[in-house]
Design a protein around this ligand. Structure first.
Ligand code: SF4
Length: 284
């Protein structure tokens, strides 16, 4: 990249939160090189909520998990002008419960947290808790992605990957920076990774015998791929709302989603390469 772009593009090796020393008090060991990182590291080496934060929280005995509870509304006490708890339905028994708390966090992801607000305090605000802003449910944004390139790379046969790095590479945005102007606002970066083809490349060939054994124990050629991740601008017209006629099995309105890419996002997408290639250098 240095040679092709004269220092105007940068490739960052991602940092990953892998521990280097075992932490038995947290039931975590250092990396076992099992290559299951994308599942959330069952050994707690690579930081993730399921294998690191939740077990530690459970160990405090101050945490109770209710995986089959569906929160259906935030309770709002109008006289005190504050949220006081949540109402839940037990998905296994269909019984309803109420929990109260001084502080309530909605960690139901963007869309479901918004659904919950829209389904709460509707006797006070027709559009739900927080709808007085007239922005609740609006400005929905997503990744502007699924354009990029992939291909085989010739050479580098003496290279292989090593050490703990369950991540690929990142190329930060280089459009509309440093005085450059493109016919769209903002820009995109790239996320990608490279790997050598493994033993399964031989399956299609129905190989057999010594040749097959040799092929299975030899890394294949390099492949590299990357996807552009573009910025999506907030647009009031892109919105999610409670469906007016469709409900789920508990009689709760499902989410209706009405979101479109704007001309700006479409222009940005067409600027990112989208092809498969077999070459040793790409233009971007
Ligand atoms: S980080 Fe990845 S390779 Fe290392 S122990 Fe966790 S899952 Fe296995």
């Amino acid at each position: 990249m240095q040679k092709a772009f004269g220092g105007k593009r940068h490739l960052i090796n991602p940092r990953v939160a892998d521990i280097t020393e075992p932490k038995p008090e947290q039931s975590r060991v250092n990396c076992q090189y099992r290559h299951e990182c994308s599942l959330g590291c069952p050994y707690g080496t690579y930081f993730c909520t399921h294998s690191v934060a939740l077990p530690v929280a459970v160990a405090t005995v101050n945490l109770t998990l209710r995986p089959f509870f569906e929160v259906r509304q935030v309770l709002y006490y109008n006289n005190r002008k504050r949220a006081t708890g949540v109402e839940v339905v037990d998905a296994e028994t269909n019984k309803t419960y109420q929990y109260t708390a001084d502080v309530i966090f909605l960690n139901a992801s963007t869309f479901n947290s918004t659904w919950l607000l829209m389904n709460s305090a509707t006797d006070v605000w027709e559009g739900g808790l927080g709808s007085a802003s007239e922005e609740l449910g609006h400005n929905a944004m997503d990744h502007n992605f699924r354009v990029g390139a992939e291909g085989s790379v010739e050479g580098f046969d003496d290279k292989y990957y090593f050490d703990r790095c369950p991540a690929g590479f990142y190329i930060p945005r280089f459009r509309n920076v440093d005085g450059e102007e493109r016919p769209y606002l903002r820009g995109f970066g790239y996320q990608g990774s490279a790997s050598r083809e493994g033993w399964n490349r031989e399956i299609a060939e129905l190989n057999i015998g010594k040749d097959l054994k040799n092929a299975l124990s030899t890394p294949g050629s390099w492949r590299i791929g990357m996807t552009a991740f573009g910025e999506m601008l907030p647009d009031h017209a892109n919105r999610i709302a409670l469906a007016t006629s469709l409900t789920d099995k508990w009689g709760l309105p499902v989410l209706s989603i009405s979101v479109e890419l704007s001309e700006n996002e479409k222009k940005m997408r067409s600027a990112a390469p989208s092809r498969c290639c077999r070459r040793s250098a790409w233009s971007m």
